[in-house]
Design a protein around this ligand. Structure first.
Ligand SMILES: NC(=O)C1=CN([C@@H]2O[C@H](COP(=O)(O)OP(=O)(O)OC[C@H]3O[C@@H](n4cnc5c(N)ncnc54)[C@H](O)[C@@H]3O)[C@@H](O)[C@H]2O)[C@@H](O)CC1
Ligand SMILES: Nc1ncnc2c1ncn2[C@@H]1O[C@H](COP(=O)(O)OP(=O)(O)OP(=O)(O)O)[C@@H](O)[C@H]1O
Length: 448
């Protein structure tokens, strides 16, 4: 694949001193031997089924029977919710009746509470039984439709070889490894206006499995970002008059630099951005460029010309139009990207974010669809960039192409969105999606 270089050329470890030099990565062969990729297990469904076996004590009381019926119904819905993704895809027209579901987590909790109270008290206090019955009915009324947004929960990719390769990405756990070997990610971004974006990226990089995550930001944003998470190392260098010299020693430690989330578009920021790219170039540092970083690249694509390590650009639809320099939001992206990619050279991969994600290299495109929910909360692209940073670190260590990291990040983001939507519906925010990373990762990328 274009833009893929071997690990010696990439200098993926990037460390100039021994303290930060990771040991050589395990060979891909070794890893593949120990990796098996199994279909997601249905333990959650089983757990819910088991929970559903608990019945209230039988009673002749009508209200009590009503409650039992309500509770039985709710258990059915809660179990169905996890079983029906495939059915949705197969029978898209059936969704109206079939996919009414309860706001399951809260519903189940509240009903179980009622169940408890009823078991204890129903012989003594019939009026509470009827209150509980009303509560169960009210809860059911709050049911929302699981509509066509979730018809397909499975991500489809036009190059299925990526699926197998993505399964081999995660490094093995080993007590012999030291902190940093699973990834040291640097996120360069943040501004007075946007402190959330670099946070979402860097916390996601950590939660996907990087060992260390640094945020390089401006002074006034640094304290704010630190306050979001003690896990992140936040360095207030971006608006320092001596920014590049301050950044330099830290850059040596990074496996991948993600540039742009929430960075802002001020001219002074553009200068710093370009100076960072020059510095990264001198150190063969793999790059991911997102958001405002793409705004700057659009103004000066030559900054990436013949870049000596892999670069992934992650534009959304609007940003894509900006970097390829056309105002047309439609048309085959692989064609529209061609002049830009010819100019920059083979190191650059474009991952275009949209309902259909596309991994574009010169003359080639791989498309990803499915997953997600129709709920499009801000920060989802930042999350994707953070995940991609960690996946790219691992891909390069294993000599896998950047496309594998793109696929993995897209799959993870889309599944986190779909899974989060089941719990939070319209209230889903990117923080909720980040909470889903562990279980989505376990299902799709963990060595089994
Ligand atoms: N909590 C935060 O701090 C967040 C900060 N963000 C930052 O906000 C800044 C501006 O980002 P924007 O994404 O708004 O700027 P863009 O210039 O990327 O987007 C401009 C417009 O394009 C539209 N657009 C995006 N995808 C589209 C699609 N598929 N089809 C049609 N239109 C589409 C958007 O609605 C938006 O109005 C960046 O620095 C970004 O990192 C965002 O990442 C969101 C979260
Ligand atoms: N319509 C959609 N259906 C399914 N998934 C989607 C859809 N749109 C976006 N996504 C997923 O979300 C990812 C991020 O896309 P998005 O358009 O939110 O990026 P962004 O504009 O950079 O986000 P932000 O700036 O808010 O962080 C995409 O790569 C894709 O995986």
């Amino acid at each position: 694949m274009a833009g893929v270089r071997n690990s010696e050329e990439i200098d993926i470890n990037g460390a100039s001193d021994d303290v930060f030099s990771p040991k050589p990565p395990e060979s891909t062969e070794e890893c593949q031997e120990s990796c098996t990729f199994e279909a997601p297990d249905d333990s959650e469904v089983q757990e819910r089924k088991l929970a559903g076996e608990t019945q209230l004590p039988s009673t002749n009381d009508t209200a009590q029977n009503e409650i039992n019926e309500e509770l039985d119904d709710s258990k059915e819905y809660n179990t169905e919710e996890f079983e029906n993704a495939e059915m949705l895809a197969k029978n898209p027209d059936d969704d109206e009746d079939l996919y009414m579901y309860e706001e399951n987590a809260n519903y189940e909790e509240e009903v179980q509470q009622v169940e408890h109270e009823e078991c204890d008290d129903n012989r003594e206090d019939r009026s509470r039984t009827s209150n509980a019955s009303q509560l169960a009915r009210n809860l059911k009324k709050r049911s929302i439709k699981w509509n066509s947004h979730l018809r397909s929960m499975s991500v489809q990719v036009s190059d299925s070889s990526l699926i197998e390769k993505a399964k081999t990405l995660a490094p093995l756990f080993s007590s012999g490894k030291h902190k940093g070997q699973a990834g040291r990610i640097g996120v360069f971004g943040g501004s007075i206006e946007f402190t959330g974006a670099p946070y979402f990226s860097s916390i996601t990089a950590l939660k996907v499995g990087a060992d260390l995550s640094y945020v390089f930001t401006i002074k006034d944003a640094a304290v704010v970002i630190k306050s979001y998470s003690p896990e992140l190392m936040v360095l207030p260098f971006l608006d320092d008059p001596d920014a590049i010299n301050k950044i330099k020693p830290w850059l040596d430690r990074l496996h991948v630099a993600l540039l742009g989330p929430g960075m802002g578009r001020a001219d002074s920021t553009k200068q710093t951005f370009e100076a960072i790219i020059c510095l990264c170039r001198s150190k063969n540092k793999p790059l991911i460029i997102d958001a405002d970083g793409l705004f700057f690249v659009a103004q000066n694509p030559d900054i990436l010309k013949d870049y000596p390590a892999p670069v992934i650009l992650t534009p959304n639809k609007a940003e894509f139009a900006r970097i390829v320099g056309d105002s047309n939001l439609e048309g085959p992206k692989v064609e529209r990207a061609k002049p830009f990619l010819e100019k920059t050279g083979p190191s650059v991969t474009i991952f275009c974010k949209d309902a259909e994600d596309e991994i574009i290299t010169l003359g080639n495109t791989i498309k990803l669809t499915g997953g997600g929910s129709g709920r499009r909360c801000g920060g989802q692209g930042d999350m994707l960039g953070g995940a991609m940073s960690t996946f790219l670190t691992w891909a390069l260590e294993k000599n896998l192409p950047p496309a594998v990291a793109c696929f993995a990040a897209s799959k993870l983001t889309r599944d986190c969105n779909a899974q989060g939507f089941v719990k939070h519906g319209r209230s889903l925010v990117v923080t909720d999606m980040i909470q889903e990373i562990h279980s989505v990762f376990q299902e799709n990328f963990e060595l089994k």
